[in-house]
Design a protein around this ligand. Structure first.
Ligand SMILES: Nc1ncnc2c1ncn2[C@@H]1O[C@H](COP(=O)(O)OP(=O)(O)OP(=O)(O)O)[C@@H](O)[C@H]1O
Ligand SMILES: [Mg+2]
Length: 273
């Protein structure tokens, strides 16, 4: 999409920046609060640079520039150093707003990112009622899957579909990523099938994350967001563990940045965000 050149007063976009531990996301919303563009980049060592690059990339996609931005809200792990922002809002609030925008009926959100996982219960207006977070231990996060992907030699994006071919219940019971990795290595040595081990890995992470969801008082319907929502094996295992269907947005990694960009419009228009 190309835009006609605008003057600096045409501030007709807001941006939401979600500076995560693993990826940095930018979402641009037009005046009708429709997504105009989005981008995603690895966070890398300098999250400030990644925020700048993600924002520029999204602007470039629609031929826009900084002068079109009415307001920028940053969220996520690296939000304090996201130098582009006019305001910072917590991840919990932004995820709640993002999912409420995409799926109005959802009452419980499970976000599984690279370095933490959280469960958030919201009301019919999208307001946060309760939340629980795991940021102490890698075992219930995307990092756990990254380690397992490397030790099994199965790319992250193939783990979910490979696990569909599991034929046997293999348990990965170690509570710690380091021990779980050696457990996986010995399962391979024992001749267990990779598909069965992957299934066991997905159930191990689902068990940990499900306990967060139960802690906030699981209210249906449930949605899962964050990069790990792209792993269908984890989603299936969570559905089995929580005994409910789980919705996954089309771009589950963008939810927090979308919520941030919505809150940015609230600020511009004098709402309370
Ligand atoms: N295509 C994919 N298929 C399966 N899993 C994926 C895919 N892409 C990313 N992931 C998973 O998503 C994780 C990153 O998620 P996300 O981008 O939401 O993290 P983040 O927001 O940077 O982290 P945090 O919120 O913990 O700070 C990776 O660790 C990986 O496990
Ligand atoms: Mg995140």
């Amino acid at each position: 999409m190309t835009r006609k050149p605008n003057g600096p007063t045409d501030r007709d976009l807001t941006a939401g920046l979600d500076s995560g531990s693993t990826t940095t996301k930018a979402v641009l919303l037009d005046r009708n609060r429709k997504i105009a563009a989005f981008s995603i980049l690895p966070t890398g060592a300098a999250s400030r640079d990644a925020s700048t690059m993600a924002l520029d990339r999204a602007l470039e996609e629609i031929g826009a520039s900084r002068s079109h931005l009415a307001f920028v809200v940053a969220t996520g792990y690296g939000r304090q150093i996201a130098g582009e922002a006019d305001a910072m809002v917590t991840e919990i609030t932004c995820h709640a707003r993002g999912i409420h925008t995409l799926m109005e009926q959802v009452r419980t959100i499970i976000d599984i990112g690279g370095q933490d996982s959280k469960a958030i219960r919201i009301n019919g207006q999208g307001r946060v009622q309760d939340f629980a977070m795991n940021d102490k231990c890698a075992a219930g996060t995307g990092r756990f899957l990254e380690v397992m992907s490397r030790s099994l030699g199965v790319p992250l994006e193939e783990m979910g579909t490979r696990a569909e071919h599991a034929t046997k219940d293999v348990r990965v019971s170690s509570m710690c990523t380091v021990f779980a990795e050696s457990e996986v290595v010995s399962l391979v040595a024992k001749g267990e099938k990779v598909e069965d081990i992957l299934n066991g890995i997905h159930h191990a992470i689902a068990d940990r994350v499900a306990s967060l969801a139960l802690r906030v008082g699981l209210v249906m319907p449930v949605a899962v967001t964050g990069g790990v929502a792209r792993n269908s094996g984890v989603v299936r295992a969570l559905e089995a563990r929580l005994e409910t269907r789980i919705a996954v947005p089309e771009n589950p990694q963008m939810t927090g940045a979308l919520g941030a960009a919505m809150i940015a419009w609230d600020r511009v228009e004098g709402g309370d965000g």
